[in-house]
Ligand binder design. Structure first.
Ligand code: NIG
Ligand code: FE
Length: 449
């Protein structure tokens, strides 16, 4: 087979091969091939195996010697609020001085603070600010990411956010999966009239944004399966959206054919996890105070728990989600950054894995599973990314470490040597990548940095 790229001699090649999301003890299995090799053809994985076996089967346009290094699939970040304007450094300081996240939100700051800035920003400004974050994500090994709206909170601005995501998906190597989060907060102009805002989301915002998002931006007509999955998410939380409001919004989203997600049990337990199981939600995020009986419901429904230790760390809290309890209950666990300006401005899945090991007692292997194959399933792309298997996208990391456990063990620096984004997105000229990137980036076989 003549291939575009042949990566060989890896100390460890982690395939993450799996039929579906991994649960229980399977979350420890990385599918390690020592002296491993992977061959890339037309943006897809052509062959994977021991170097001694693969070498004889390929001639390659380009070779990379990964001796002494770990080769693994690119990270999938299944939960980000990537697109936003400005920052909330002032609130960070207020929290250090004692104010809580929910107090700041109740006083009109928090999410609304970013909503005001995002509404005031032009589409171009939103794209430019988010692009810098995407460059950091790519440099740190993320090759696919979910991106939520939710800082517009009116039809015009939610559409503007969706358009920014669409532009970035096209313009940047990272593939983006859009999620509508019109129910991220009740905007100030609807204060005291939450029910009316929920009606607006259900009757107007969701149908319109779905139509414009799928038909105009992603060009999906009936039956065209090529469009990316589109999700709907709700922030189900005391002082934000009640369980009943969350149920109404997600039920409507389901009718419209959207994949479902929910932010549940971040600060209080309202029954959001049980609702997720009941509605067949693909992923449920946060789960900091989920009762054991609701964990059992998630396991039964096959809902993926997306844990976000960066948010807990970012808020300086001490109590993390019970990853051990979820894994023991049989819930597939994924990890995400939750990248957002309020609780976690962090682009690096490497740091998230390091936090998961220390504060949620996940093993280094479980953290890698959670950040790749399980995260891919959490955005319904488990058949395309998240593992190095023949036919999947050639989204590959070469890490400058001799053993997979160094990922999580070492933190605070970038362990990525090269990112190969072969399977999608279009190549960006190197000039648009931030200067100072030390990562070698290969896009579609093309070296960019
Ligand atoms: O996932 N919890 C709700 N949303 C985000 C925070 C968003 C913000 O504060 O801007 C989260 O933590
Ligand atoms: Fe979030």
């Amino acid at each position: 087979m003549h291939v575009d790229l042949f990566i060989h001699s890896a100390a460890q090649l982690l395939t993450l091969a799996s039929d579906g999301p991994k649960r229980g003890v399977a979350m420890e299995e990385l599918g390690i091939i020592e002296h491993g090799a992977v061959a890339v053809k037309d943006g897809l994985i052509g062959l994977v195996g021991p170097t001694s076996e693969v070498r004889g089967q390929v001639t390659a346009a380009e070779e990379i010697d990964a001796a002494g290094k770990v080769v693994m699939p690119g990270f999938v970040d299944p939960h980000t609020h990537l697109v936003f304007a400005s920052d909330r450094a002032d609130e960070f300081e207020q929290r250090i001085k004692g104010a809580t996240y929910m107090e700041i939100m109740a006083a009109g700051g928090g999410i609304m603070n970013t909503v005001r800035a995002t509404r005031a920003a032009s589409l171009d400004e939103l794209v430019a600010q988010a692009r810098e974050r995407l460059d950091e994500m790519l440099a740190h090994g993320t090759t696919t990411a979910e991106a939520k709206t939710g800082y517009g909170l009116d039809i015009e601005n939610e559409l503007k956010m969706l358009e920014a995501i669409w532009i970035l998906d096209k313009a940047h190597p990272i593939d983006l999966i859009p999620t509508l989060l019109g129910a991220h907060a009740v905007p100030t102009e609807y204060q005291g009239r939450a029910e009316e805002y929920v009606d607006l989301v259900i009757d107007e915002m969701l149908p319109l944004v779905v139509q414009r998002g799928l038909e105009e931006l992603w060009g999906r007509k009936e039956e065209a399966p090529a469009a990316p999955p589109l999700f709907c998410d709700v922030f189900c939380e005391e002082g934000v959206f009640t369980l009943e409001e969350s149920r109404r919004i997600l039920t409507k989203a389901k009718e419209l054919g959207l994949g479902l997600k929910i932010h549940a049990d971040e600060f209080s337990s309202l029954g959001g996890a049980a609702l997720a199981a009941e509605l067949g939600t693909i992923a449920v995020a946060h789960l900091l105070c989920t009762p054991p009986e609701e964990m059992a419901l998630l396991a039964e429904a096959g809902t993926i728990a997306v844990l976000l230790p960066g948010g807990t760390f970012g808020l300086g809290q001490r109590a993390y989600a019970d990853a051990r309890g979820l894994i023991a209950a049989g819930v597939p666990v994924a990890l995400g950054t939750d990248l957002n300006p309020g609780t976690c401005w962090c682009e690096s899945m490497q740091l998230i894995a390091a936090l998961a090991c220390r504060f949620m007692e996940m093993t280094p292997a479980e953290a890698i599973v959670a950040a790749t194959i399980n995260a891919a399933h959490a955005v319904r792309l488990g058949d395309q990314v998240g593992s190095l298997e023949v036919g999947k996208k050639a989204d590959i990391l070469i890490l400058d470490i001799p053993d997979y456990r160094h990922l999580s063990y070492r933190f605070g620096v970038n362990l990525v040597d090269k990112v190969i984004k072969g399977g999608g997105g279009s190549a960006v000229p190197s000039a648009t990548l931030r200067t100072g990137l030390t990562t070698g980036l290969v896009v579609g076989g093309l070296h960019l940095a």
